[in-house]
Design a protein around this ligand. Structure first.
Ligand SMILES: N[C@@H](CCC(=O)N[C@@H](CS)C(=O)NCC(=O)O)C(=O)O
Length: 280
């Protein structure tokens, strides 16, 4: 069952919000879906945007200014939530970087998180199925992925793990090596347990070191981002990609911070980059 919660006209297209029941999370899930004007005429490709810590489906659809570029290129934007909602697991709402708003796009194996926190499975499967149900005009053979911070980590790891599913991947200020930084160590040890070997499939650098490949990656990173050195570490991704055949472009943007002001400045480039690959 899927229910439309809202719809508004935006740059000639439709910005919608939908809610549906998810088996992966065993909760209701909400997502934003922007249908560009071209969706009235025929199937359009889809760009998934995964948001960062503390976000819901709403941040990117209200703050990134993406709809203008999606309308220009005839691309739908699919924006899921960042965690299951409506639960009250022990400690779930205590910290901004763990639990609600911080699902880390993985499949938890540790109690009590393993009953609900399956955001990797959700994004890869049910989210795409629900979007297709919401808008049968979407071309689900042409799907790309991008994201911000924790969502950049999600985009990189999902694309590396499912290179046939996603036609391209890019990221804004991604957590490049979560196993090696405080945000990732905290989340992974609680969701996945203390055995660090199990963390590797949710760490972009480890996945590449273990042989996962995508043809190319675009990253934008603000140099005035407070989280750059402690949490994000784009230089680790550059190291991991060296001599692998992956064409990595990291654009270091002087003066930009971690916020949606940074994202809205460069979102047009990421949508165009995805459009070129979705339409190739
Ligand atoms: N300590 C910060 C960290 C959270 C943060 O910066 N979140 C980023 C993603 S990692 C974000 O997109 N926040 C929501 C927004 O700016 O709209 C806070 O709680 O606001």
């Amino acid at each position: 069952m899927i229910e439309k919660k809202s719809e508004a006209l935006c740059f000639g297209g439709r910005q919608q919000v939908w809610t549906h029941k998810s088996e992966a999370t065993a909760t209701d899930m909400t997502f934003g879906l922007y249908l560009p004007p071209q969706a009235e005429e025929g199937p359009v490709p889809v760009l998934v945007f995964l948001s960062g810590l503390t976000c819901t489906h709403e941040n990117v659809i209200t703050k990134a200014g993406a709809q203008h570029y999606c309308a220009e290129h005839g691309i739908a934007l699919l924006a899921p939530d960042t965690s299951p909602r409506g639960l009250d697991l022990p400690g779930e709402h205590d910290d901004y970087d763990f639990g609600s708003g911080a699902g880390f796009y993985l499949n938890a194996t540790q109690e009590p998180w393993d009953a609900h926190y399956h955001m990797a499975r959700y994004v890869r499967g049910e989210l795409l199925d629900a979007a297709e149900m919401a808008a049968p005009g979407l071309d689900m053979d042409r799907v790309s992925i991008t994201g911000h911070s924790m969502g950049g980590h999600g985009a990189l790891t999902l694309a590396l793990r499912h290179p046939d599913r996603f036609k391209s991947v890019s990221a804004f200020a991604p957590i490049c090596a979560p196993s090696e930084v405080p945000w990732g160590e905290k989340a992974f040890s609680r969701y996945l347990g203390e055995d660090r070997k199990t963390w590797r499939r949710y760490d972009a650098c480890a996945l590449i070191e273990d042989g996962a490949r995508v043809p190319e990656i675009l990253v934008d990173q603000g140099l005035a981002d407070n989280f750059l050195d402690e949490q994000l570490r784009p230089e680790r991704l550059e190291e991991a990609c060296r001599d692998t055949g992956i064409t990595l472009t990291v654009r270091r943007q002087a003066g930009y911070d971690h916020s949606y002001y940074f994202i809205s400045t460069f979102i047009g480039d990421h949508i165009r980059w995805a459009a070129e690959r979705l339409k190739a």
